[in-house]
Design a protein around this ligand. Structure first.
Ligand code: PMP
Ligand code: GLN
Length: 385
């Protein structure tokens, strides 16, 4: 087709294709073991799939209510009460979304106006900054400090201006596998008290936490929760990233604004999957073991590469492990990741794209949400590099 010959005023002139799509594309092209994009290579529970079939066959195939299927919202409310002691009214404070990504984008669109500033922590998941920029906000970057990727709150406080409108948090954290401590949330709660600033708390890996640590959801801290939108994703919790179903929790006045945009972005998320998830989240055994399950995979992977030249600080949560390759090469992360994929047949993700100025710390991220046989194969390759 002929190209459009008018003027295109790009909202994201600097943005290319996401690193996850690029690396998975390369992994496929070179038939490499793919530990790049984060998704499990094992199946979704048969019982859950049967529930989806059941609801499809029963005729639950038309639009769901705009805020989401009521049973699912009710069960999420119970889950947050049990897990975090938080009270969310399913009618007015819980909305089901087409994945975490849509929840994040719609929330940012709802609350970021021209010239508003949003503070995000780098390395940062790749969707936050473009969503802020596309909505004419200004992104302010705070840095998570190596090796534990902790937040220096003294520095962060000094970044707040009269235009600061939003903080974006992510715990457990992609790509570093770090987690926020109770004190972090308490400090933030104190800092924000009396200020006109909201928080978007990306907690999609809420159940994937290791070594006996606790996930401190922003919903646990009442003064913080009243200014926070908490984002979750069933893709992570039930090994079904392709189902693109998630949720967002927020006080009524924030939810009302969120829904104004949500109804015109997707209107509603997928119906039969919501009914099936409503049944499934009722039983905590379906997600309570997730930390243990993934900790075994993390340990298996780390043990299998212990004699390699890669260095690791074990992830505390998520299904990602950063590996430091400074003992192997001085190459830039992107170049090294591409070379590993092409020459060695193992794909990871460079961390540089998670920094706005492309910082290179000679780190790659590897996803261990894989069968042990896949992790074994990957480790054997990594040990030869
Ligand atoms: N936030 C983070 C930190 C993620 O890693 C992901 C995974 N893609 C998402 C949000 C998006 O979740 P979803 O796949 O449900 O859109
Ligand atoms: N969250 C996944 C990751 O970090 C990928 C999501 C995506 O492909 N957009 O790898």
């Amino acid at each position: 087709m002929k190209l459009f010959d008018g003027n295109i005023k790009s909202k994201l002139p600097e943005t290319g294709t996401s690193v996850f799509a690029v690396m998975t594309g390369l992994a496929k092209k070179y038939n490499a073991v793919n530990l790049s994009q984060g998704f499990p290579d094992f199946p979704v529970s048969k019982e859950l799939i049967d529930r989806v079939h059941y609801y499809m066959k029963k005729g639950y195939n038309q639009y769901a209510p705009m805020p989401g299927v009521e049973e699912l919202r009710k069960n999420i409310s119970v889950m947050f009460k049990e897990n975090h002691g938080a009270d969310y009214n399913p009618e007015t404070e819980i909305t089901i979304t087409a994945g975490g990504t849509q929840a994040l984008y719609t929330a940012i669109s709802a609350f970021i106006n021209d010239g508003d500033e949003a503070i995000i922590f780098e390395p940062a998941y790749d969707s936050y900054a473009p969503a802020i920029t596309a909505n004419k906000g200004t992104v302010k970057y705070a840095t998570l400090e190596y090796p534990h990727y902790s937040i220096n709150w003294d520095v962060v406080v000094r970044m707040i201006t009269s235009r600061t409108r939003l903080f974006v948090l992510n715990t457990p954290h992609n790509p570093t596998g770090s987690i926020l401590k109770k004190e972090d949330l308490e400090i933030l709660e104190r800092i924000l008290k009396g200020r006109d600033i909201l928080v978007l708390s990306d907690e999609v890996y809420e159940h994937i936490i290791f070594d006996g640590e606790t996930h401190y959801s922003a919903s646990r801290f009442p003064e913080l929760a009243r200014r926070t939108l908490v984002v979750g994703s069933f893709g992570k919790t039930f090994h079904a990233t392709g189902w693109k179903t998630g949720f967002i929790l927020a006080p009524e006045n924030l939810t009302a604004e969120f829904r104004k945009l949500h109804q015109f972005t997707v209107f509603a998320a997928n119906t039969p999957i919501q009914y099936a998830l409503a049944d499934f989240v009722k039983d905590p055994r379906n997600y309570k073991g997730l930390g243990k399950f993934y900790q075994q995979k993390r340990d298996f992977f780390l043990n299998a590469i212990k004699d390699s030249r890669f260095k690791a600080v074990p992830a505390k949560g998520t299904y990602f492990q950063l590996l430091d390759y400074s003992a192997i090469s001085d190459e830039k992360e992107y170049d090294f990741a591409i070379r590993l994929t092409k020459e060695y047949g193992i794909a990871g993700v460079p961390v540089a794209p998670f920094y706005h100025n492309g910082d290179n710390n000679r780190m790659l991220r590897f996803c261990f949400a894989k069968e042990e046989s896949t992790l074994q194969k990957a480790a054997e390759i990594l040990c030869k590099i």
